[in-house]
Every structure is written in structure tokens, then in C-alpha cells.
Design a protein around this ligand. Structure first.
Ligand code: MSP
Length: 514
């Protein structure tokens, strides 16, 4: 994806999660990635708005409430709280949490849909088809697997007949194709853009957007015996949270330059339906979609249907939130599937966090203690330091990768810097030398590398980077270099020297995979 140059604002969203399921590592994945992006953009000095939330209407949620013998409202209150608590426990920095049962969302859906109705894109009709309750979606016969199974959940679909309102999606084929053409970077990765193009080019059918069979939903303002179909209500959350249709300039401030993160199973809804809905309502479609792959366990998508869920909060408690975030951002390329394994998590933690970053911090603090009386020396001037050039290059690459929505590459570049500092220490061996200028130079340079690394890794390691910053005795915070000028903060020579470096227990104690 092309690099996005920093603008002054960044609005990032995750899909809103169905409350029939508890949070698991699969849903935690998008939330953690979006969090890293939000933190990066705050570091760039941008005004950031990070939205996540829960999707609470529809048959699937209604059925799970019934199964648990409680009212849907009680069920969604209980389950939505679990998401909020899980994200808080994982240190997610969302600015807002939207629930589709909130009045602000009801109002927005009704206003937005009224605009589409008034613009003449809705008609009444009869719908019959194969419906997957887990997907909350209709499928054609051709989509089904083994005759009657949903292609995603591999569970039997059900035959539904309803009279309802239809959105005339078929009228948007040309407009959507023209929009994709004019916005070549809007959908990342390219394979997902091609998928969306393929869906549109193969012909769009009108979609049924209301239901009369259930009443757990948002009533249709002009036909109150109907409620909106859950997907139709859900997508609107992205504008409910920023004041669509309300007084004030909040909506214009954040829309349409938004970055929607979504899983690869919901491309059709986000990249085809949602832009068409926006066009029909007379607003600009969202400017960017970043489509993530799946977290797999033993090759299968992690999720309720596969009985292979992992609790991200427990995992964060076990390996540390930073360790978990690092593993997910470093081992899974954004856009690709990634196989989760506890062994893989521990191996990545030990190699990159315990042995590389943690070790650099510990050995520098120890040698500063033994050779410099605990006071960190200043780094050497950029033109006489071998590490300065590596740091400059590594930082430039990391910045470019973050801007291009590639956290995995950003972390690789950052860790090259750490490895170079460790190699330099091993080459000079300051612990074997008498105190003096050579020892000061290598330690000062290593301290400077730690400072730069703390800044660059802060979106993924918010806790550890804050702790490194504190041990280095620096003012402010690693995740907020104290000014909007990130480039200035990353320039070689920011570590002043002459301040106490704290020697403390390992940042990342080594782990065994037992
Ligand atoms: N409620 C809809 C989204 C509406 S957005 C307007 C929904 N909810 S979901 O809870 O089923 O899934 C939410 C997101 O989590 C999707 O993007 C889905 O791809 C993602 N994931 C669910 N399991 C996942 C994995 N195992 N791995 C990665 N992402 C996963 O769809």
C-alpha cells in the first residue's frame, strides 16, 4: 500500500463484535492492531480517534440470549461489558466504545436510512433465500458447500421467506467501479481490492435490508413493523460515533478520511455495500479499508464455531500485554493469515524481547553502573558513531513502514537497530575495559539507541517503552516525545547524558514454553 503522509487527523475503527461470543484472541487481534496504529498516529502528533464497540442486534444475538434464558437487552449488557473489560485489561487505548443498542446509534441509523429512502434507493419486495444465522447473511445455492452448508461456518443454512425493504445495490455497479478506479489505494491489500472489484463486476443484486420476523432491531421509521437487518444497522456505527446528522462540525471533521480495519470475511459488507450505502445517502464513501487475515489454530480460524478460542486477557496476563501485542504485530503480516501457537509466542518473546531488547537494557544499565558510576554518558556525535547511521536508517524505515500500515516491517527495522547496538557492545566489550572515552562512547550510543527504540516501539510496547524511558531518566514519555515533531525526536543525539540510569530487574524475564 502506498505510504500515507501524516495528516493532522486519524480516525481508525475496528469491526464491532457480535455479543453472542466472548472476546477471543481472533477478535482481540484486530483490536490490538488498530490500537498500535492509533498509538503510532498519536506519536506522529495527529489528533486520533479510535473507535471500537459491539454489534448487538440480529437473530444470532437474539438466539444466544434465548439459549441463556435472559432478555436480549440483559444479554447484550452483560456481553458488551465483557468486551469493554477485556480491552481495558489489554491496555487498548480506544477513545470511544459504541454499542448498537445506544440511542445515539438508533437515531443515526434512522436518519441515515431515511436519507437513502428519500433519495429513492429503497423499494419493497419479497425475499426468499438460504440464510446463515452465524453470518447473518443470505447465500445463493452456488455459494453453499456440500449442498446446504454455509461456506464460512460449514453449518446448515435455513430457508427464509420475508416481505421486506430492499436496497437497490444493483444501481451502484458503475459508481462503485468508478470509485475504486479513482481511489486505487483505498483497499489494502491488493488481493482484497481485487476481490471487491470481482464482486461488483460479477453483478450486484439488490439486498433485503429489513426484517419482520424479529423485533430485536432498530425500527424502520416509515414502516415500523420492520426492523433493519443487523448488517445494515451495524455498518452505520462508524458514523453514529462521529455525529452524523447532528448539529456541529464533528462529522465533517472526521469523515470521510477514516481507516476501517476489518477481517477478510466481511469484505463484501464493508467494501461493496457500505460505500454504496454512503453514496445512496449522499455522503462520501470511507477513504480506506485495511483487511486483516485470520488468526488460525491448527490451520482453522479461531472462533466460537471451531471451539478453539483463546482468551486474550489470560494470555496477556501470562506473557504480558506487551509480549502479546508484539507477537501479533511482528509474526502476522497485516493482511495475511497467521498461525497462533503458544510455542511461537514464547519463542518470539524470548528472542526479540528477552534476549534482544531486554538484554540491551540490562547490560547497558549494568555497565553504566560499574564503569560510569551509574551516570549515563552522552552519545558520540553522529559523524563519529557507527550506530548513528544504522539508527538513522532503521528509524526512517520504521516510520515509512508504520505510515504504510506495515507494523511487522516497522518492528523488523526497529529490531535491526537493537541487534546492531548489541553487536557493537559485544565488539567493544566495555565491561572488560577500564573506564574512559571508548567505554563512554559505546555506552552513550547504546543509551541513545534505547531512547530511539523506546519511541519507535511505543505503539506496540506501551508499557515497556515507558519503563525504558523511565530507567534512562528521560523527561516526558516514550509514546509522546513531547512535541509534535517526531522526526526531531528521532534524530541522533536526543539522549543528553549526565543523568542517572537505573539498574532494575529484567524488562522481559525469559520464559519457557511449558
Ligand atoms: N459484527 C460483525 C461486524 C460488523 S462491523 C460493522 C462481525 N462480528 S464478529 O464478531 O463475527 O467478527 C468481527 C471481526 O473479528 C471480523 O473482522 C472478523 O474477521 C474478526 N475475527 C473473528 N475471528 C477472527 C480470527 N480468528 N482471526 C482474525 N480475525 C477474526 O463480523
Amino acid at each position: 500500500m502506498s505510504e500515507s503522509s501524516p495528516s493532522s487527523r486519524f480516525y481508525v475503527t475496528t469491526p464491532i463484535y457480535y455479543v453472542n461470543d466472548a472476546p477471543h484472541l481472533g477478535t482481540g487481534y484486530a483490536t490490538i492492531v488498530a490500537d498500535a496504529l492509533a498509538r503510532w498516529h498519536r506519536l506522529e502528533g495527529e489528533e486520533v480517534r479510535y473507535l471500537t464497540g459491539t454489534d448487538e442486534h440480529g437473530l444470532k444475538v437474539l438466539r444466544s440470549a434465548e439459549e441463556h434464558g435472559v432478555s436480549p437487552q440483559e444479554w447484550t449488557d452483560r456481553m458488551s461489558r465483557r468486551y469493554e473489560e477485556a480491552w481495558a485489561a489489554l491496555g487498548i487505548s480506544n477513545d470511544d466504545f459504541i454499542r448498537t443498542t445506544e440511542p445515539r446509534h438508533h437515531r443515526t441509523v434512522q436518519r441515515f436510512m431515511q436519507a437513502i429512502y428519500d433519495n429513492g434507493y429503497l423499494r419493497k419486495g419479497v425475499y426468499e433465500g438460504w440464510y446463515c444465522v452465524s453470518c447473518e447473511a443470505y447465500y445463493t445455492e452456488a455459494d453453499l458447500v456440500s449442498g446446504n452448508l454455509c461456506p464460512i461456518h460449514e453449518r446448515p443454512v435455513e430457508w427464509f421467506t420475508e416481505e421486506n425493504w430492499f436496497f437497490e445495490l444493483s444501481r451502484f455497479e458503475d459508481r462503485l467501479l468508478a470509485w475504486y478506479e479513482e481511489h486505487p489505494g483505498a483497499i489494502f491489500p491488493e488481493t482484497r481490492r481485487n476481490e471487491a472489484l470481482g464482486i461488483v463486476k460479477s453483478g450486484l443484486q439488490d439486498i433485503s435490508i429489513t426484517r419482520t420476523s424479529i423485533d430485536w432491531g432498530i425500527p424502520v421509521p416509515w414502516d415500523p413493523s420492520h426492523v433493519f437487518y443487523v448488517w445494515y444497522d451495524a455498518l452505520v456505527n462508524y458514523i453514529s460515533a462521529i455525529g452524523y446528522g447532528q448539529e456541529g462540525d464533528e462529522f465533517a471533521k472526521w469523515w470521510p478520511s477514516v481507516c476501517h480495519l476489518l477481517g477478510k470475511d466481511i469484505v463484501r459488507f464493508h467494501c461493496v455495500w457500505w460505500p454504496a450505502m454512503c453514496m445512496a445517502a449522499g455522503i462520501e464513501p470511507p477513504s480506506r479499508f485495511v483487511v486483516t487475515g485470520f488468526l488460525l489454530v491448527g490451520g482453522k480460524k479461531m472462533g466460537k464455531s471451531a471451539f478453539n478460542q483463546i482468551d486474550p486477557v489470560e494470555l496477556g496476563r501470562d506473557i504480558g500485554n506487551d509480549g502479546l501485542r508484539y507477537y501479533l504485530c511482528r509474526d502476522v503480516g497485516l493482511g495475511s493469515d497467521g498461525e497462533f501457537s503458544y510455542e511461537g509466542l514464547v519463542a518470539r518473546y524470548n528472542s526479540d524481547l528477552a534476549n534482544n531488547l531486554g538484554n540491551l537494557m540490562s547490560r547497558v544499565a549494568t555497565v553504566v553502573g560499574s564503569k560510569c558510576g551509574g551516570i549515563g554518558p552522552a552519545p558520540s556525535p553522529a559523524d563519529s558513531s557507527r550506530l548513528a547511521a544504522v539508527a538513522g536508517e532503521g528509524a526512517a524505515e520504521a516510520v515509512a513502514a508504520w505510515r504504510a500500515f506495515a507494523p511487522q516491517e516497522a518492528l523488523e527495522s526497529t529490531w535491526r537497530l537493537i541487534r546492531a547496538a548489541n553487536a557493537e557492545l559485544e565488539a567493544v566489550e566495555p565491561w572488560k575495559r577500564d573506564p574512559g572515552p571508548d567505554v563512554d562512547a559505546v555506552l552513550g550510543d547504546a543509551l541513545e539507541v534505547l531512547r530511539v527504540v523506546a519511541i519507535l516501539s511505543s505503539p506496540v510496547l506501551p508499557d515497556a517503552s515507558a519503563e525504558i524511558w523511565r530507567r534512562l531518566g528521560l523527561e516526558g514519555a516514550a509514546g509522546a516525545p513531547g512535541n509534535a515533531d517526531l522526526a526531531g525526536a528521532l534524530e541522533w543525539g536526543g539522549y543528553p547524558g549526565g543523568i542517572a540510569v537505573e539498574k532494575a530487574p529484567p524488562l522481559f524475564p525469559r520464559r519457557s514454553a511449558e
